[in-house]
Design a protein around this ligand. Structure first.
Ligand code: NAD
Length: 303
């Protein structure tokens, strides 16, 4: 019999982490939302807890102001407490579930899990919202108990509206832990669970990234603009809110490029691998922080 999941933490307060935290709060759960300490603080600012929690505060603020609303009711935001991973990791010792939604980079996730292993209680489910990094790599070097309690809970964006939740576990995962996570996702979070396998980018993003990358290459080959594509892939195809390039802006071009790179790097024997090659102009957009909705610049919000 598993302890009910009441106390949760979300690590990474960006597009997904803030949305997941809001969704947990909407379900009545206490949430601790942690991000990194902003890297460019002055010596004086480094001593100021409000500045140290600046990224988490910013993520929570965005979720509060999100339209359509991320919080069903503004009071739900009170269930979310903010902090940072340097000062507040020991608060995870009381958590029943910790989910990370940090940058889609293997080394960053591995380093975080190494730290989490030292603080979370034995029964705590540690989850990743990765778009498709391999579980076997992310949990390399972790204890048997950690692997037993490790699941991928891959939420889709926007978390509040997308019913789909892809759950993936590795071979070491405990069957009861998985069943517990599924019940939580369905009964508490109201999600529709599908199961993926520990394959590059699982199912959702393997298909999604393939389609988006093929669209990008086609657009370049045919000399089209994002508007030309979205005018077809939006309302006429019954996706008014999720046309191709609008979705890329919503996802974030940096995250999207990481996902495509992961497919390219992992699918070494796939004859269709080249479709995942990220074009140079998208790399330049990422460099210039034209990342989509989160930076107010991207395919549609230019400048
Ligand atoms: P994001 O760039 O919007 O946010 C990432 C956040 O993590 C940032 O606030 C950053 O400061 C923080 N961060 C980075 N390293 C950290 C660390 N070591 N500890 C704590 N915080 C750290 O990214 P996102 O779009 O929210 O994506 C987060 C995860 O969710 C990724 O694994 C991504 O692949 C996955 N995902 C994204 C989407 C999407 O549509 N954007 C959908 C499903 C899954």
């Amino acid at each position: 019999m598993h302890k009910p999941i009441r106390r949760t933490a979300v690590i990474g307060a960006g597009v997904m982490g803030s949305g997941i935290a809001a969704h947990f709060a909407n379900a009545g759960l206490e949430v601790l939302l942690l991000d990194i300490v902003p890297p460019n603080l002055t010596d004086a600012e480094k001593k100021d807890p409000a500045k140290r929690n600046g990224f988490a505060a910013g993520g929570l603020e965005k979720a509060i102001k999100a339209r359509p609303a991320a919080f069903f009711h503004k009071d739900n935001a009170r269930l979310v407490k903010i902090g940072n991973v340097e000062d507040d990791l020991d608060k995870l010792k009381d958590c029943d579930l910790v989910i990370e939604a940090i940058i889609e980079k293997m080394e960053a996730k591995q380093a975080l899990f190494e730290k989490l292993e030292k603080v979370v209680p034995q029964h705590c489910i540690v989850a990743s919202n990765t778009s498709g990094l391999r579980i076997s790599e992310m949990t390399k070097g972790r204890s048997d108990n950690f692997k037993k309690h490790f699941v991928v809970l891959h939420f889709f964006n926007p978390v509040r509206y997308m019913k789909l939740l892809e759950i993936v576990v590795g071979p070491e995962a405990d069957k009861d832990v998985l069943a517990h996570a599924v019940r939580f996702a369905e009964d508490v979070l109201g999600k529709g669970v599908v199961f993926g396998k520990d394959t590059p980018n699982f199912v959702g993003n393997r298909i999604g990234a393939h389609a988006m990358m093929a669209t990008i290459h086609q657009m370049i080959a045919d000399g089209l603009q994002p508007e030309d594509v979205d005018n077809i892939t939006g309302t006429p195809m019954a996706h008014p809110k999720s046309a191709s390039f609008r979705t890329a802006d919503l996802v974030g071009l940096d995250t999207f490029a990481h996902v495509a790179d992961n497919c390219y790097d992992s699918l070494t024997t796939d004859e269709d691998r080249d479709v995942f090659k990220v074009p140079e102009y998208i790399r330049k957009m990422v460099e210039k922080k034209l990342l989509g909705d989160k930076t107010k610049g991207g395919f549609f919000k230019r400048g």
